[in-house]
Design a protein around this ligand. Structure first.
Ligand SMILES: Cc1cc2nc3c(=O)[nH]c(=O)nc-3n(C[C@H](O)[C@H](O)[C@H](O)COP(=O)(O)O)c2cc1C
Length: 222
């Protein structure tokens, strides 16, 4: 697969086949992803790989937390203080596209909406959940490195026939993740990722998101 194909073919996969991913495969994947670049080659990423019973139990606890309205609290300052209009517009367009595709009216279909949200905490049925972390003592620049690592992971996964979905929804329950997985306090949980073999027949996986044209985000200074 050409790099350009990988970039264009990757999408957030939200339904997976009931087919396990071996520990060896995850190891091989990470053995490739470790070549991602980082500032001063600091390689600040740390990964927790959740599989089998551990993943199942964690999903159960997360769903209980959502259902009992446990307060969502990240290990870092999440969210925009003052949301610019262009962000509001793109965020709304994203939600509308997903809800239309799933035939959910978020104002009326409360049960469907809840189910939709809970899918995140089941890692969309993927057999593997990855938690990406960094040390809390690092500066904000480490987020850049984690982002680059995440995209490297998502693209590399394609070569193994695997698919991914990045998630910030799960990281909102940071305290629970620390407690259940025994993740030390000095580690900052940045995001999670579903990893598995995609169910390409699933309706949700027919969804493709739009992108702005180059001119919308580029200025040439020549
Ligand atoms: C950092 C990050 C966090 C995300 N969090 C979630 C999430 O919690 N749940 C979800 O369903 N999708 C999540 N997404 C997926 C985005 O909605 C998706 O990348 C975007 O709509 C573009 O669609 P595409 O990935 O299919 O190209 C996240 C993506 C990124 C990069």
């Amino acid at each position: 697969m050409k790099v350009s194909e990988a970039i264009k073919e990757r999408f957030s996969v939200r339904a997976y086949l009931d087919k396990p991913v071996s520990k060896e495969t995850v190891y091989k994947l990470l053995d490739l992803v470790r070549f991602a670049p980082s500032g001063h080659n600091t390689q600040p990423w740390e990964v927790a790989v959740l599989m089998g019973k551990t993943k199942e139990n964690l999903s159960k606890k997360l769903i209980e937390a959502v259902n009992s309205r446990v307060e969502r609290k990240y290990d870092f300052a999440y969210g925009y203080k003052d949301v610019p209009d262009f962000v509001k517009a793109r965020r709304n367009a994203c939600n509308v596209k997903v809800f239309n595709h799933k035939n959910i009216d978020p104002k009326k279909d409360k049960d469907k909406l809840k189910e939709h949200i809970l899918e995140n905490f089941r890692f969309f049925g993927a057999p593997v959940g990855l938690i990406l972390m960094r040390d809390k003592r690092l500066g904000e620049e480490a987020f850049v490195d984690i982002g680059i690592f995440a995209q490297t992971l998502m693209l590399a996964a394609l070569e193994f026939g695997l698919a991914t979905c990045s998630q910030t929804s799960v990281a909102a329950y940071a305290e629970l993740l620390h407690k259940e997985l025994g993740i030390p306090d000095e580690k900052m949980i940045v995001m999670s990722m579903a990893l598995g073999y995609p169910d390409m027949e699933a309706h949700i996986n027919k969804l493709r998101m739009d992108r702005e044209e180059v001119d919308a985000f580029t200025t040439f200074y020549d």
